[in-house]
Design a protein around this ligand. Sequence first.
Ligand SMILES: *[C@@H]1O[C@H](CO)[C@@H](O)[C@H](O)[C@H]1NC(C)=O
Ligand SMILES: *[C@@H]1O[C@H](CO)[C@@H](O)[C@H](O)[C@H]1NC(C)=O
Ligand SMILES: *[C@@H]1O[C@H](CO)[C@@H](O)[C@H](O)[C@H]1NC(C)=O
Ligand SMILES: *[C@@H]1O[C@H](CO)[C@@H](O)[C@H](O)[C@H]1NC(C)=O
Ligand SMILES: *[C@@H]1O[C@H](CO)[C@@H](O)[C@H](O)[C@H]1NC(C)=O
Ligand SMILES: *[C@@H]1O[C@H](CO)[C@@H](O)[C@H](O)[C@H]1NC(C)=O
Ligand SMILES: *[C@@H]1O[C@H](CO)[C@@H](O)[C@H](O)[C@H]1NC(C)=O
Ligand SMILES: *[C@@H]1O[C@H](CO)[C@@H](O)[C@H](O)[C@H]1NC(C)=O
Ligand SMILES: *[C@@H]1O[C@H](CO)[C@@H](O)[C@H](O)[C@H]1NC(C)=O
Ligand SMILES: *[C@@H]1O[C@H](CO)[C@@H](O)[C@H](O)[C@H]1NC(C)=O
Ligand SMILES: *[C@@H]1O[C@H](CO)[C@@H](O)[C@H](O)[C@H]1NC(C)=O
Ligand SMILES: *[C@@H]1O[C@H](CO)[C@@H](O)[C@H](O)[C@H]1NC(C)=O
Length: 775
Amino acid sequence: MRLAWYWLCGFFTLLIIASHHSSSSCPLEHKQALLQFKNLLTASYFYDELSSWNLSGDDCCSWVSVNCDLESPLKPVTELHLSSIIPKYVGFNMVSLLPLFHIQSLLFLDLQDNSLFGNIPGELGNLTSLVYLDMSHNYARSENIPPQIYGMKNLRHLDLSANLVAGSLSRKISNLSNLEYLNLGSNYLVGSIPPEIGKLFQLHYLDLSGNQLGGEIPMSISELTELQHLDLGLNSLSGSISHFRTMNARLEYLSLYYNNLSGEIPLWLFDLPNLNYLLLGSNSVSLNSAALIHPKFNIKYLDLVSCNISGGIPSWLSQLTYLSYLYLSDNKLSGGIPLWLCKLELVEIDISSNNLTGPLLPCLLESKTLHIISLSGNSLSGELPSKISNATVVRYIILSHNNFSGELPKCITGATNLMRLDLSNNKLSGEIFTKFGFESSLAYLKLSFNDFSGELPLNFGANIETIILSDNGFSGKLLMNFSSMPKLRMIDLHTNRLTGEMPDSLGILKSLNILNLRNNHLYGRIPDSFANLTEMRIIDLSNNRLNGTIPPYFANISGMIKNDLMTVIHSGGNDVTVNWKGSFQVMQADESMRHTTLDLSDNDLSGEIPKYLGQLKCLKSLNLSHNNINGVIPPSIGLLENLESLDLSHNKLSGEIPNLFGINLHDLTTLDLSNNMLTGRIPEEGQISKLVDPNIYANNTGLCGTLIEVSCASPPGEVEDEEGIQLTWDAVFLGYVYGLAWALWLAYFFEIVGQNLIHDVFYRRRNQPNKLLGC
Ligand SMILES: *[C@@H]1O[C@H](CO)[C@@H](O)[C@H](O)[C@H]1NC(C)=O
Ligand SMILES: *[C@@H]1O[C@H](CO)[C@@H](O)[C@H](O)[C@H]1NC(C)=O
Ligand SMILES: *[C@@H]1O[C@H](CO)[C@@H](O)[C@H](O)[C@H]1NC(C)=O
Ligand SMILES: *[C@@H]1O[C@H](CO)[C@@H](O)[C@H](O)[C@H]1NC(C)=O
Ligand SMILES: *[C@@H]1O[C@H](CO)[C@@H](O)[C@H](O)[C@H]1NC(C)=O
Ligand SMILES: *[C@@H]1O[C@H](CO)[C@@H](O)[C@H](O)[C@H]1NC(C)=O
Ligand SMILES: *[C@@H]1O[C@H](CO)[C@@H](O)[C@H](O)[C@H]1NC(C)=O
Ligand SMILES: *[C@@H]1O[C@H](CO)[C@@H](O)[C@H](O)[C@H]1NC(C)=O
Ligand SMILES: *[C@@H]1O[C@H](CO)[C@@H](O)[C@H](O)[C@H]1NC(C)=O
Ligand SMILES: *[C@@H]1O[C@H](CO)[C@@H](O)[C@H](O)[C@H]1NC(C)=O
Ligand SMILES: *[C@@H]1O[C@H](CO)[C@@H](O)[C@H](O)[C@H]1NC(C)=O
Ligand SMILES: *[C@@H]1O[C@H](CO)[C@@H](O)[C@H](O)[C@H]1NC(C)=O
C-alpha cells in the first residue's frame, strides 16, 4: 500500500517536471531586463551576490531573489525580492530600475533599504499588475507622489516611507481602492490629508507620520472600519481632538503625537478594547483630570506628554496591568509617587517636568522590568535610596533638577546594567566613595550642579564615555587613571577646585572630543601628550593657571581640521541609544555637536601663537585672551575660514594685523584685539570692515585707520588722546560682555549635550540622508 503511494507520488512529480519542460525557462525578455538591471547596478559597484544572474544561468526563475509564476506556461517573473542588496553609503540611481519596469507581469517588488537615490521614474506606473511595492528607506526624491502610482489599481501594499518625497497627497489616492497597507511616513509631504482617504475601505495600516501635513484630520478616517494601525504623529495637524469620532474597535495603534491638536481628549478612546499603543502627547490637548476613566483597553504604550493633566498621578493607570511604557512628562502632576506604580511591570517611565514631591520609592529600583526611570524636573527630595545597588535591571536613572540631598549611595556599581546616571542639579553632597570596577556598565555620568566635594575617584569604569561633574566642590589633583577608561569622549569638570598639573595620561584618550576644565586651579604646562588627542573638537582650559607656551601640535587636531561625515559618525559626540517603540536605536547627536572651540583664555601662557594654528580649518572659536602671549599674529590665523569668534585681547602681541583677516574670515562676527601692542593699519577689506566697533582695537600702541579715526600718516604713539582713554573703558566692558556671552553659550551647550533624549524630536529626521558636512 505504502509502496503504491510512493509510486504515485513519484509519477506525479515526473508529470510536473515534464509539463514544465513545455517552457523550460523564464521569458527571454524578462531575463534580458534583469541582466540589463544588473549591468546598470554593477557599473558603479561590484555586487557579488547577484552572481547567479548571468548568461550561463539559463532559467532566470532559478536566480536568487527572483520568483516566477511556475503554474503559467510562460513562467513569467512575478516577484523581485531586492531589499538591502546594496550596502549603506554605496547606493544606486533610480534610473537603474528602468529595465525592471518592462516586466509587466511583476506582482511583488521589494526595493527597501538600498540607498536608492534620484527621482522616482514615472515608468514605475507601467507595472500595472503590481500588488506589493516597497521602496522604503531610500533617498528616493520626488516633487510629488508620481501621478502614475495612482493608476496602479491592484496595489494592496504601498510603502514609500523614509524617502524624500515632497508635495501633497492627491485626492486620487481613492483610486487605489485595494490598498490594505499605506505607509508614506518620514517624507516631506505638505498640505492636508484628503478626505478621499476615507474611501480606502480595505486599509488596515495607515502611516503618514513624520511629514509636514497640516489642516485638520479628515472625519472620513473614522469610516476606515478595518483600520488597526493609524499613525499621524510628527506633523502639523491642527483642530480639536474632540472632533475625532469613534474609531473602529479593531484599532490597536493610534499615534497623533507631536502635532498642533487642541481640545479635550475624548474619553471614548479609553474604551477601545484592542488599543495597545496610544500616543497623544506634545499637542495642546488636555485630559480632564476629574474624569472617571475606567479603561477597557490593554494598553501597553501610553504617551500623554504635555496633556495638561493636574492632580496626582491618575489612579486609573493602576488598572492597566499590561502597561510597559508610560510617558507623562510636562504635565502638572503633583503629590508623591504612588506605591501602585511599583506593581505595574513598567519598562520605561518618564514623569519628568511635573511637580511631584516626596521621596523616590525604593521599590521602583527593585523592579524586575524597569529599564528607564526619568523623574527629572520635579521637587522630589530626601536621600537617594541605597537600593540603587540592588537595581540590576535599570539602565537609565535620570533624576536631575530635583531636591535630592545626602550622599551618593556607596555601591551604585551594584546596579550592574546601569548605563546612564544623571543626578545633576540637586543638593547632593559629600565625597564619591564608589569604586567603579572594570565590569561597570556605566557610560554616562552627570553629577553637575551639586555640592559634591573631596577628591575624584580614580576611575569611572571601563565603559564610561561621558563624565560631567562640573559646578561642584571637587578638589585635589586630577589623578584619574585614564588608561582604564579608554572609551571616554567627553570630560567636563569645569568650575571645581581641582589643582595640580594637567595629567600627561590624558593623551591616552584617543576618542576624546570634548575636554572642559575651565575655572579650576590647574597649573603647569599643557602636557605634550595632547598631541595624541586628534579627535578633539572642544577644548576649554580657560581660567586656570597654566603656563608655558601654546603647544604647536594643537595644529594636528584633525577634529578641528576636517569634520566630514565619517568623523561625525565615529566621533559623533553623545550618541544616545534609546528605546523607541520597543527597540533600541542609536540617535546621533545634535547639529551643535559640530562646534569646534579652542579656549585657553585667562591663563599664564607665554611665547608666541604657533603659526600652524591656521590649519584648524574647522575652528569656529579661538580665544587666547588674558595671557602673556607675545610676538606677532601669524598671518595663517587669517586662513581659519570658519572662524566666527576670535579673541586675542589682553596679551603682548605686537606687529601688524595680517591683511588676510579682511579677506578670508567670512564668518567672523566677534573680534577682540584690544589691549595688545599692535601697530600699523587696521585692514579695511572684507568681513573685518563690517566690524565697526572701535573698541575691538582699543588700547594698542600704534594702530591706525579710519575706524579709530587715527590717520595712518601720523607717527604711531600719538594715539593717547581723550578718546583713547574712553575706548579703554568701553573695551573692558565689551570684553566682559563677550566673555559672558561665550561662557553662557558654553554652559548652554554642555547642558544640551548632556540631555536625555528619550522622547526626542531628532527621531523625526532619523531617516534623512546624511549630507557631507565639510565643516
Ligand atoms: C552563473 O550562475 C550559475 C547559477 O545560476 C552559477 O552556478 C555560476 O557560478 C554563475 N557563473 C558565474 C560566472 O558567476
Ligand atoms: C511604459 O509603457 C509605455 C506605454 O505602454 C511604453 O511606451 C514605455 O516604453 C514603457 N516604459 C518602460 C520603462 O517600460
Ligand atoms: C481614477 O479613477 C477615476 C475613475 O475611476 C478615473 O477616471 C481616473 O482616470 C483615475 N485616475 C488615475 C490617475 O488613474
Ligand atoms: C497651532 O494651532 C493654533 C490654533 O489652534 C494656531 O494659531 C497656530 O498657528 C498653529 N501653529 C502651527 C505651528 O501650526
Ligand atoms: C488645563 O487644565 C485646566 C484645569 O485643570 C484648565 O482650566 C485649563 O483651561 C487647561 N488648559 C488648556 C490649555 O486646555
Ligand atoms: C508645586 O507644588 C507646590 C506645593 O506642593 C506649590 O506650592 C507650587 O505652586 C507648585 N508649582 C507648580 C508649578 O505647580
Ligand atoms: C540587596 O539584596 C541583598 C540580597 O538580595 C540584600 O541582602 C541586601 O540587603 C540588599 N541591599 C539593599 C541596599 O537593599
Ligand atoms: C529642598 O529641600 C530642602 C531641605 O533639604 C528644603 O529646605 C527646601 O524647602 C526644599 N525645596 C524645595 C523646592 O522643595
Ligand atoms: C590604571 O588602569 C590600568 C588599566 O586598567 C591598570 O593596568 C593600571 O594598573 C592602573 N594604574 C593605576 C595607577 O591604578
Ligand atoms: C609654571 O608654573 C609652575 C608651577 O606654578 C612653575 O614651577 C614653573 O616655573 C612655571 N613655568 C614657567 C615657564 O613660568
Ligand atoms: C601617543 O600614542 C602613542 C600610541 O599611538 C603612544 O605610543 C604614545 O606614548 C602617546 N603619546 C603620549 C604623549 O601619550
Ligand atoms: C588700557 O591702557 C591704559 C593706559 O595704559 C591702562 O591704564 C589700562 O589699564 C588699560 N586697560 C586694560 C583693560 O588693561
